[in-house]
Design a protein around this ligand. Sequence first.
Ligand SMILES: Cc1cc2nc3c(=O)[nH]c(=O)nc-3n(C[C@H](O)[C@H](O)[C@H](O)COP(=O)(O)OP(=O)(O)OC[C@H]3O[C@@H](n4cnc5c(N)ncnc54)[C@H](O)[C@@H]3O)c2cc1C
Length: 464
Amino acid sequence: MTDVTGMTGSDAPMADYRAGVARLQRAYAAIPPGSPVRLAKRTSNLFRFRDAGPSAQLDVSAFARVLCVDPGSRTAFVGGMTTYEDLADATLRHGLMPLVVPQLKTITLGGAVTGLGIESTSLRSGMPHESVTEMEILTGDGRVVTASDTNEHAALYRGFPNSYGTLGYALALTIELEPVSPFVHLRHFRFDTPEACMEAVAQIARDGSLGGHRADFVDGTAFSLDEMYLTVGAFSDVAPWLSDYTRERVYYRSIRGPKEDFLTIGDYLWRWDTDWFWCSRPFGVQNPVIRRAWPRRYRRSDTYRKLVALDRRYRLSAALNARRGRPPHEDVIQDVEIPVERGAEFLRFFAGRVGMSPVWMCPLRLRGERTWPLYPLRPGQAYVNFGFWGTVALPPGAADGHYNRQVEDQVTALGGHKGLYSTSFYTEQEFWALYNGTEYAALKRDYDPEGRLAGLYEKCVRGK
Ligand SMILES: Cc1cc2nc3c(=O)[nH]c(=O)nc-3n(C[C@H](O)[C@H](O)[C@H](O)COP(=O)(O)OP(=O)(O)OC[C@H]3O[C@@H](n4cnc5c(N)ncnc54)[C@H](O)[C@@H]3O)c2cc1C
């Protein structure tokens, strides 16, 4: 059977998909206007835990699979709710991978496109939405449209990244793939100042390598202002040895030495998932005794996130902190993009004002000249994404937002941007100045004129 992309897939998955689209459209039409709408998904990687109240749940299980991989054209046609774990499994079988594979297994393709994923290929290949050629979208007004960069829905295609499901839901996407080698050869380069580290990022952006090692992949870890590493990975057909961080050893600790390492491509893609970067630490999973007892199949980011969600729902750590007389803590869980030339300033600000470590550093650059109106990165400019995920004790008298507001202000002052998957404290005016309110309003008018889906500010800042 030939699907909408012109690719050949087997009949049954495509027929299921088409039936799923028709069912979803009927279900959406049956929701009374004014009722909040939500995706009924098993997993999420959002970090906004406010209770949004009752809502109509849309069953999107029909869109959680890979519909077709075409090794000839190096493309895949993929349900929007497919996890990257399933997507990478399906493409690696053909010696291919998506151009950017966000490192948490349950991030979905639609979530990474509408919510802006990033990973260590992002300096080379940009962000996940830049390798999407076409999307089928259920729009807020109940239509199902195919949006591409060249058709009558090009404005929706360009405005979809960073819209967080407020214009519509991506049901299926056609994406480009690239060939892989079986192994990744890693080298960890140490720097003892943020300035030296950011200069090395700029050099990789210029040369595509560091110290003679090809940068097919690059990310970094800052343990302190005088201990920072860039990890540069090159595809390799050979591996003199292989490490496996799903067992006793913990990946982020390995970065401090030895300087060289080898992983299979699959283990490389998921190197951060086993311990949720370093965030499995509070659950004891990095303690050797607990690690051995903790079943391997549950050493995964989605297990830890579910535990955090339970903790937030029942306010367990907040109650424990209060009983022990400890001050309340603020979640400081963000990913921010800063132009590489200002990256060292950000690291120094963050160490002085927030003081959380480690910090993840992931360089990125737009893949091409095309810009994306709701997340205005500049073509040709290298940025560094700084990711930090933890809680910080509030000083006496300070309220929630104390640290996050400072981070927001500093990011703006340095010409950067902040991802919206977590808490935000912007005023409405600031928010629309940063995320192109004019373009968003036009898209909302064209694709969701009755406001059946929440608006971007209501969803990302007011937590609806
Ligand atoms: C600790 C932590 C670390 C992170 N690190 C990274 C990282 O390193 N790299 C990275 O790429 N990302 C990272 N993220 C962010 C993550 O990519 C985003 O939160 C992403 O949006 C999650 O996608 P999801 O598929 O889990 O979607 P969900 O969490 O289910 O939903 C996210 C939002 O997208 C909307 N949405 C979901 N699916 C669709 C769809 N098909 N069409 C339209 N809208 C949809 C939902 O309505 C919701 O508003 C991190 C998040 C956390 C909490």
